[in-house]
Design a protein around this ligand. Structure first.
Ligand SMILES: [Zn+2]
Ligand SMILES: [Zn+2]
Length: 278
């Protein structure tokens, strides 16, 4: 059940097992202490989750690079003669001998919350219950918003996030084209720590921050970002332009349409269906 949801809803939150894409910066994550304790070492499935940056058994930050040569860990590049899955595919150092620092506590807190959402099939945001998919959609959107603010081009956005309690990561901003699951563990760790206060914010505090910062439509839904439907539908304090847009849309859906418009819509739908069956 959970796995089915995971595949459908959180695909963009899974770290891919391969670094063929040159834009990709992350390797497969691991905890050296876990691998060391294994009779037969294996890479845990949850190390592939992009919201995992910490081993909760050992309290260590996960690693995704070789401690000796700094290459991303890619066990699929190992050859039969390597025999052990715990060696670096590039320099053959034993990953079990790597040392790791402690976790960033807010990143671990977010990780545990996201694990619960996945396990229970239900999450909460501003005290509303929601299923896995919209919850991760919101988290995804806010991560993007934090990354935009991190570039330092939008003062109002930074102010809005600060009012919610977000501390922008100190590390230099990452390439906007790189999705969360392609980032190195320590970059993701800092973003997820910054995300925790937004995902646990109360509705009053969130709406208050919207009003106080006087954030614009461009601030929330510009930069190629799409505002999640849940926020659009529930937040009374959204900039007027965003709310008006959705009101106009629903008015148009409710009312009768001229014949030419219906014809045009049918043609468009048909083209979409044709494309989907191709
Ligand atoms: Zn561990
Ligand atoms: Zn190496």
């Amino acid at each position: 059940m959970a796995e089915h949801h995971l595949k459908k809803a959180t695909w963009s939150w899974i770290v891919a097992p391969g670094a063929r894409n040159t834009k990709r910066h992350s390797g497969i994550q691991y905890c050296p202490a876990c691998l060391k304790n294994d009779v037969r070492p294996y890479f845990r499935i949850h190390w592939r989750f992009a919201w995992h940056t910490c081993c909760k058994v050992h309290g260590h930050a996960l690693l995704d690079r070789c401690h000796a040569c700094n290459s991303p860990v890619e066990y699929h590049r190992l050859e039969a003669e390597d025999e052990l899955i715990t060696v670096c595919a590039t320099c053959k150092a034993d990953l079990r001998t790597a040392s790791s620092r402690g976790c960033v506590s807010d990143a671990l807190k977010f990780q545990l919350v996201a694990d619960d959402v996945l396990l229970n099939g239900i999450g909460t945001f501003q005290s509303s219950a929601m299923s896995i998919s919209p919850w991760f959609e919101l988290a995804d959107y806010f991560v993007s918003l934090i990354r935009v603010a991190q570039r330092g081009e939008n003062q109002t956005l930074s102010e809005f996030l600060k009012l919610i309690g977000v501390q922008l990561p100190m590390s230099p901003p990452m390439q906007p084209g790189n999705h969360l699951e392609t980032l190195q563990t320590h970059d993701r760790e800092r973003l997820l720590a910054a995300l925790l206060p937004i995902m646990s914010v109360s509705k009053d505090k969130f709406d208050g921050a919207l009003q106080k910062s006087n954030i614009s439509k461009q601030g929330l839904a510009g930069h190629g970002l799409v505002l999640p439907a849940w926020i659009k539908n529930t937040s009374a304090s959204l900039p007027r332009t965003l709310r008006e847009k959705s009101t106009r849309l629903s008015a148009r859906i409710d009312g009768p349409r001229p014949r030419y418009q219906v014809k045009r819509m049918m043609a468009k739908l048909q083209r979409k269906l044709d494309m989907a069956h191709r």
